[in-house]
Ligand binder design. Sequence first.
Ligand SMILES: Cc1cc2nc3c(=O)[nH]c(=O)nc-3n(C[C@H](O)[C@H](O)[C@H](O)COP(=O)(O)OP(=O)(O)OC[C@H]3O[C@@H](n4cnc5c(N)ncnc54)[C@H](O)[C@@H]3O)c2cc1C
Ligand SMILES: *[C@@H]1O[C@H](CO)[C@@H](O)[C@H](O)[C@H]1NC(C)=O
Ligand SMILES: *[C@@H]1O[C@H](CO)[C@@H](O)[C@H](O)[C@H]1NC(C)=O
Length: 575
Amino acid sequence: MPGPAVLSEAIGIVGAGVAGLISAHVLLKDGFTDITLISRDKSVGGTWARHRVYPGLYINNVHGEYRLSGLEMPLPENAARVGGRLSGTDMCEYMEKYSATFLEGKVKFMLQTEVLDISRNAEGKWSVRVENAQSRAREVLAFSRIILATGGCSNPKIPAELSPRAAEDTGYKGLVIHSSQFASRLDDILAAVKPRESEDTDDEERVLVIGGGKSSQDICTKLAIEGRKVTMVFDTTDVFLGTASPLPDFLRKSRFLAVLSGYCSLNTRLERFLHTTSIGSAINHFIWRKLGESSFDAFQVPQNSPLRRTHPMFWGIRLSDDGNYRPDCFHALVNTGAIDIISPARVEGYSKDGKSLVVSDGTIVSPKAVLLATGYQSSWSDIFATKMAEELGINRHAPHTTIEATWDNYKSLKNPPALKPEHKLWTTSIYRGIVPAKNIERRDFAIAGALFSANLGYTNEVVAHWIASYFRGDKMHLPTSAEEAIAKAEEKAHWMKVRFPDMVSWVNESYSTSFDFWSWPQAADELLNDMYLPGMRSGGNWLNWVFKVIDLKEIENLTDEREIKQKELSSLQHP
Ligand SMILES: Cc1cc2nc3c(=O)[nH]c(=O)nc-3n(C[C@H](O)[C@H](O)[C@H](O)COP(=O)(O)OP(=O)(O)OC[C@H]3O[C@@H](n4cnc5c(N)ncnc54)[C@H](O)[C@@H]3O)c2cc1C
Ligand SMILES: *[C@@H]1O[C@H](CO)[C@@H](O)[C@H](O)[C@H]1NC(C)=O
Ligand SMILES: *[C@@H]1O[C@H](CO)[C@@H](O)[C@H](O)[C@H]1NC(C)=O
């Protein structure tokens, strides 16, 4: 079993998105000297890599909430108009600058390199089989430790009946493209579908966009702005937070929503009030309802609009922050008829005529292009053989333990939506969303970027420090055995089912090992405490702490803080 890391040993980081980049930077600051960053893409950034962003793509986090402490993020050019939202291009430039500033020349980059398989070899090291995307040359790399940062939105999920193969089989002649390729294929789409010139433009000059999530909304918006006729088909769509003018920072960037959302442990009097008393819980639900209703009103969504077919805000985790109302935002374009909607409905497949698709409500659509905004699947399934995945404990499995704590005392969790029946069959056991619990004692494998949070900058940075500490064999609050780690990880997985009964975390292992969307501050505190460092860094007194703005500066010196703390702890042990 590997002991504490030697700083010169080889560390492999798979993935060069935000999670991979911050992991590499923190390890460098810790003094590791042999770090390899692997990505199948041509450039860094992952979701925000240059070939994946397109003009008009905006991120759904309020300005500044999606950055890392070492590098400022400039305000977007048209900040006032877009409600402070950053564009995909802003994000891309930020990621590239981060990498150029801190990593280039210091870590080994292996870009355009696909990881095919990760396994443990006879010496107990990791063998990583890779293929160069251009030359197709294969080789096997060896690492002492691995950080898996392959993300939740890099492997497309395409239902068989809608796939390009199904299209081909029925002779469908239009374009069929998954949303992940929207940016790189945009010109092809615009060439294939003529713009709407007059009311009587041929109705087949149209794009069909399938899915109700944020990618689908973004794609419809972009195509409508480009003057194309668009039809969007979905069952439910994402809920959003929108305001006539931006919410003040003390509401939006403080602990306010985190406290309202609640956590599996309630560490403050206010959280106990809001979740375990009847009156607190009533106030809590009232606020969430108001947030939802006022968002619909601010974005002028009519009462009977299918855009109201969303999860209730309290019980869901997928939410986009749409900033303030703009005449060319998605909801506005639906109102003006620039985007047509068919909902609730599903697209059943291609029909035999070679030009149309059948919708479950009986509609026939004959588009020149089909965009599959059908989501993503776990990026892990392809790279671990079943036996290896089992040995490591990374995949979903049947629950091992019976769960005692059921959060019965949470009044806020009364009358939940129906629990998905499959929940009984599956669970994951990734401790803290970072380490497959079964492997916890080996300290040679960690996952970055799978903790689902509304502030991925802050959480990914804290996770990176946690991983560095863990690899180095630092003194941490950790379970003392794999069994204990599994029990704790399954308990957290159980919490996610109770808190978000119709969200299936285990379907998307690589995306959501831990649902800490609004409750990310509590999750980050827990990780800091694991490192014997203080949480609740935004400060304030008993009256105003909940409205104090959380600032990335709070965590800018974690490397030094950790080092000082470890010295202190070891001098206590060996006075
Ligand atoms: C269109 C879109 C919009 C989004 N908008 C938002 C938003 O507004 N706000 C938000 O918080 N989140 C958003 N997300 C979620 C987004 O995925 C995360 O914000 C974040 O970028 C994830 O970072 P990551 O580093 O964990 O993974 P990614 O950015 O997905 O990076 C994964 C990396 O792993 C590499 N990789 C994967 N598999 C392999 C393999 N087998 N071999 C080699 N390399 C591999 C990829 O090449 C990439 O470098 C959005 C996602 C999409 C798709
Ligand atoms: C898994 O996560 C991706 C990323 O957002 C999403 O598109 C997809 O719908 C999710 N799948 C399920 C089954 O929840
Ligand atoms: C971090 O360290 C720098 C340099 O020593 C210092 O100026 C800064 O105030 C520190 N930040 C915090 C939050 O302590």
